[in-house]
Design a protein around this ligand. Sequence first.
Ligand SMILES: Cc1cc2nc3c(=O)[nH]c(=O)nc-3n(C[C@H](O)[C@H](O)[C@H](O)COP(=O)(O)O)c2cc1C
Length: 279
Amino acid sequence: MLKNIDWENTINSRRSIRSFEMRPVEEEKMHMLQSFIGGMKMPFRHNVTIRMFKANPNKKLYTAFSSPPDNVAFITTTDNCSIATAGFIGEILILYATSLGLSTCWYGHYLLTELERVMPHLGAYTELENAKWGYGKGEVEGERAICITPLGYWKQEGVRLIDRMQTSFFSHKRKQISELMENDIKEENLPPEILYALDLARKAPSAANRQHWRFTVSSDFKTISIAMPVGYKHIKWEHPNVDIGICASHFWLGLKIKNIDCKVSLREEQGRVVWIFEI
Ligand SMILES: Cc1cc2nc3c(=O)[nH]c(=O)nc-3n(C[C@H](O)[C@H](O)[C@H](O)COP(=O)(O)O)c2cc1C
């Protein structure tokens, strides 16, 4: 599943795009995406499903731009660990789509009523008092679309002021590894393969570019964990564990690129999800 893709280059070139051409993704690429989804093998157990769906550009689904025809939803149960795995798995798909020349944008604050109209998924929970943006917060019964993304082609000319503002406000800047280390290990002492994987991890996208992941490396360099600080709260984003899952997927890809085998696990600890990589 991971072969034949330049993951490093894909991570470096992916950007959130908020202005799309109103044309569908070519059939061939849709097939490639479907077969990639069908063959995705993750290093942990999960219950995430990826659903492609068509949206109506004349109805508001994304707050900041019109939806292109093709879109994807990442659906799972709403406990913290499942939400984190939606981030991990969703990012692998988003990077694969990027490698096919498609543009995307992780989106948590979609309009739920419009999503349900174009992609019914709430079933018995339709009647509940649902949130306006995203599925809401906290653990609820059943499965929800944790995030969605448009899938299409960047409309480069005629970018509206709001899109330009979003792009510069949520900048592509990233923190340095040294700012993200939780214990006393110094960046310059890290084995090159771990440094490489952490460098890809720090480049992950996060809601409002908050980059709230922190890295802990054991003194023998055999165990690396990725989590947000205990007690961390995001001002606007209800599911910051999604972002930690995204970051963990970049780290995992980094180890894979360097041919390092590892055991991947995740658990909830002190109110947040901790990803553990044992080399
Ligand atoms: C989990 C998640 C949720 C996001 N939700 C939104 C959103 O609701 N609206 C939006 O405009 N951008 C959203 N973004 C995009 C981020 O603002 C963007 O990833 C970040 O600013 C970094 O920019 P980059 O993706 O271009 O590297 C989200 C990103 C992530 C990872």
